[in-house]
Design a protein around this ligand. Structure first.
Ligand code: SF4
Length: 569
């Protein structure tokens, strides 16, 4: 169908309302205000930015924060750089960490690390809910004069030859067959001098940009874990304010990368979660099932006894380290935060790196605006700044961390120890890796003659352990049902011909999706099965886009405003 679209010109456009872009937009606005003030005061020569100068930020969620999810314990240094007078009682952060334990879990027992390994020393940092932090940051950003448009996903990058010139937002009011409904509203073309992609891990537009310009060339592919978490209201006195616990071991086997966390929050709440490596060989890897098992371990079970679940969520985290960071700038566009894989897998920290990358991007963009030069050469100064900042300094120490675990946990811990002593080098540097989906082996290879459904059988008591659908209900996720499915299957033959995914992998997506979006539907008469997609359950975690063994699922942004409604996670 041919659609008439309006277009609007802005100066700088941020796509995604996470910590990277919020920090970037705020820092840019402040640099511009300071520039204008300095010119007015005669401290500086040059041209002022006019009143019509516009910085805009679009976000697919109905409000900033609703799609924000993280562990999280945040290194506070970038927060204090951006907000030197930060008041820790403003509602943006939870507790200050003052007690930390690292536990190795066996099936029923625990072994406590005698000292906290230095990378996990979080003393004085804040436990945070990313939903609350970004909501608070958005208030500061709005106050600074940035125009935030929530409920508008970016669905297409606009180009003039090899220069990014803007972003098209998604249409609204399209039915399942792709026809306009009575409430149809065409998406807009937002044209900008610079576009900043901060869409989180495996960003939809970021992925396209990376592919178009081969930005990952000569670097490791990005690799991920899926974090599944719940926020619990605890019974009185279960966890001290400021107490955090990291775990490794149960329920993951020796070959599977991952670990658990329990972070205290205000008002006797706790953030409880488990991360599972998507480089798992297991074709039935199921981060949600592992998380339910984690909660049944005596350490976690005792802590949660008498409490109740308040919220559920899931998201992927880029853990590939420094060698998986793509080239970050092209003509007219830069990548920030998780979209640029800026995460330290050894310290399990990314929020402060995301914010810092946003600030450095803002500085390069400010200079570009003054010089009226939006070329790759000018915007590439951002990448140089990242390399000269504490982002690289921190990530350099863990550049081989995740790769070191490919041979299993024992090899990983030995590698981690050697890397720690050698400042990240270890025995092999750089350690290469492959895309997560390529690590998946067949059911026959992984389970031998055993039936994976039997091996992985789990029951739920609906109090401590919840099935996926009940958990999804706790995420508040909702999508307009009458719209095209946003989880696109590229070739249905892989899904529905028995000899393909069903036989080889026993439908991995049914297991790895933490929201029961993918379901096996069996025809009672023929006994044949096919894939059903319950897209309205989707939590936007992107696991399917990463882990389908055929790389056959393309996650695309649904109609604006759809998705989870996180407020605590
Ligand atoms: Fe995550 Fe994909 Fe499932 Fe949505 S459909 S919850 S993005 S795995």
């Amino acid at each position: 169908m041919t659609v008439e679209r309006e277009s609007m010109e802005v100066d700088v456009l941020f796509v995604g309302g996470g910590p990277a872009n919020l920090a970037a937009a705020l820092h840019l606005k402040r640099l511009i205000s300071k520039h204008n003030e300095d010119i007015e005061a005669g401290k500086k020569q040059g041209e002022k930015f006019g009143d019509d100068f516009m910085v805009a930020l679009i976000e697919k969620a109905q409000e900033i924060g609703l799609h924000g999810l993280s562990g999280a314990v945040m290194d506070k240094k970038t927060l204090l750089e951006l907000f030197p007078d930060f008041d820790e009682n403003c509602g943006a952060v939870d507790c200050k960490v003052d007690s930390e334990d690292v536990l190795f879990l066996t099936q029923t027992g625990k072994l406590k690390a005698p000292i906290t390994p230095p990378p996990l020393d979080n003393h004085g940092f804040y436990t945070v809910s990313l939903a609350k932090l970004t909501k608070w940051m958005a208030e500061q950003v709005t106050e600074a004069g940035v125009d935030i448009f929530a409920g508008f996903p970016g669905v297409e990058l606009l180009y003039d030859e090899n220069k990014v010139t803007g972003v098209r937002t998604g249409d609204k009011g399209i039915d399942a067959e792709g026809n306009p409904k009575s409430n149809f509203e065409a998406g807009m073309d937002l044209l900008a001098k610079v576009v900043v992609l901060g869409e989180g891990p495996r960003g939809f537009l970021a992925k396209k940009l990376i592919e178009k310009f081969s930005l990952q060339k000569g670097r490791n592919p990005q690799t991920f874990v899926t974090g599944v978490k719940e926020v619990w209201q605890l019974a009185e006195g279960r966890l001290k304010p400021g107490q955090i616990i990291h775990t490794m071991g149960y329920p993951h086997d020796w070959k599977t990368y991952g670990g658990g966390f329990i972070y205290s929050m205000k008002d006797n709440m706790a953030s409880v979660g488990l991360m599972t490596g998507l480089d798992a060989r297991d074709p039935q890897v199921d981060p949600h099932r592992y998380f339910q098992m984690f909660k049944t371990h005596p350490v976690v079970k005792d802590l949660l006894a008498g409490g109740k679940i308040l919220q559920y969520g899931a998201k992927t985290v880029p853990v590939g380290g420094w060698y998986s960071v793509p080239k970050m700038a092209v003509n007219g566009c830069v990548l920030v935060g998780d979209s640029a894989a800026l995460f330290d897998p050894m310290r399990i920290k990314g929020i402060h790196l995301a914010m810092k990358s946003g600030m450095l991007a803002a500085e390069a963009i400010f200079e570009a605006l003054v010089k009226k030069d939006f070329s790759e050469a000018q915007l590439g100064k951002y990448e140089q700044a990242v390399k000269s900042s504490y982002i690289k300094e921190e990530m350099w120490k863990s550049r081989n961390f995740h790769q070191g675990f490919h041979g299993g946990r024992v090899a990983g811990l030995v590698n981690a120890g050697l890397q720690f002593i050698t400042g990240g080098r270890g025995l092999v540097d750089p350690m290469t890796t492959e895309e997560d989906y390529k690590a998946t082996v067949t059911v026959a290879q992984y389970y031998g003659g055993k039936n994976p459904e039997e091996v992985n059988k789990i029951s739920f008591d609906n109090a401590l352990t919840l099935d996926k659908l009940t958990d999804v209900y706790q995420s508040g996720t909702i999508h307009e049902e009458k719209q095209p499915c946003h989880c696109k299957i590229l070739n249905l033959d892989y899904c529905n011909k028995e000899e393909n995914c069903k036989k080889k992998y026993n439908r991995s997506c049914v297991k790895f999706c933490p929201a029961f979006v993918y379901e096996e539907e069996v025809d009672e008469k023929t006994g044949k099965s096919k894939l059903k997609i319950n897209f309205s359950n989707c939590l936007h975690c992107k696991t399917c886009d990463i882990k389908c063994p055929y790389a056959n699922i393309l996650w695309t942004p649904p109609e604006g405003g759809g998705g989870p409604k996180y407020s605590l996670v």
